[in-house]
Ligand binder design. Structure first.
Ligand SMILES: [Zn+2]
Length: 198
């Protein structure tokens, strides 16, 4: 081993971060070592806090409080609810800065092979939220993978008996493959041109 065990161990863990190439991992390591008494200490503290964060009881967004800032905001309408796969999708839509309703995060997708069946999608909770808030419009903002299409179909079937209108964000757009990578203009277009699900 060329370097100290601790240094090598840190490099191995940094390399496991998504989107980090070998060269970038080394640069991050050098930065963390150089600033170990300042920035790195700060990073340890926030990361530790992050490991204890829970989920909002209404929308499942990561939150330190029982109800998150979006769900408890009196400025945001209960009328519209966007259903997303996870936090990164919510983040993308929020960056657009024009959506004024609320969200529901599934935090999973239908994946029978890996044990995620219809009963694991949290649909009961979604129905409870929709009824409690008297939501009128539900918009699915998913990527166009077969798994998410199946997830959407399944949830839509369960929501249909409720007195709500169901929509999907506009399809046939230059979406990379995920909502996360879509630019602001595209997501705005997708929401404005949402398609009604019959
Ligand atoms: Zn919430």
């Amino acid at each position: 081993m060329l370097f100290d065990e601790t240094v090598e161990g840190a490099l191995t863990v940094i390399r496991r971060l998504p989107f980090i190439t070998g060269r970038t991992a080394k640069k991050i390591l050098f930065f963390l070592l150089k600033n170990r008494k300042t920035y790195t200490q700060e990073l340890i503290k926030v990361l530790e806090k992050l490991t204890f964060i829970g989920e909002c009881s209404m929308c499942n967004m990561p939150s330190s409080t029982d109800v998150c800032n979006i769900c408890s905001s009196p400025k945001r309408s209960d009328r519209e609810l966007i259903v997303v796969e996870d936090f990164s999708d919510l983040f993308t839509i929020e960056q657009m800065g024009e959506y004024n309703g609320k969200y529901f995060l599934l935090n999973r997708r239908l994946d029978i092979k890996n044990g995620v069946g219809p009963e694991n999608l949290g649909i009961e909770k979604l129905i409870e939220v929709v009824q409690a808030r008297r939501v009128q419009d539900i918009i699915f903002a998913f990527d166009q993978s077969p798994e998410m299409e199946a997830t959407k179909t399944l949830i839509a079937e369960r929501l249909r008996p409720l007195d709500v209108s169901l929509y999907s964000i506009a399809v046939g757009l230059p979406f990379g493959s995920e909502v996360e990578f879509t630019d602001k203009r595209t997501i705005k277009y997708a929401l404005l041109n949402k398609i009604k699900i019959d």
